[in-house]
Design a protein. Sequence first.
Length: 123
Amino acid sequence: MSALQKRHHVKGPRINAKLENIDSWLTLAQQSGWSVSGLAELCGVSTDTLRRHFVSMAGMSPRLWLAQERQKQAMALLQEGSSVKETAAYLGYRQQTNFTRKFKRYWSLRPSDQKEHSQHSSL
């Protein structure tokens, strides 16, 4: 369960009733193409309102949350056996090299290393 769903950082009055009732943040993130403006549009709010909500509810910006969730999805897909190319495409990266660079920055290993590790672990 994400910090948004747990509502750990609730401070003061409600930010936006529309946003408080959302329980499918990950699905919306995927539908938005992992975009803050796309997520705000799907939620029917401005990017500023979305940012205030995320900071209040999750303690981070929507951009940071989206990046973290995208990387968690990447790791899960690779561990399930998806190729690096498939994973990058599924997560909306236009270039596999961009995906590889961001994955390495986040996890401190290359996606191909994770894929090799998960294949050896399942033997």
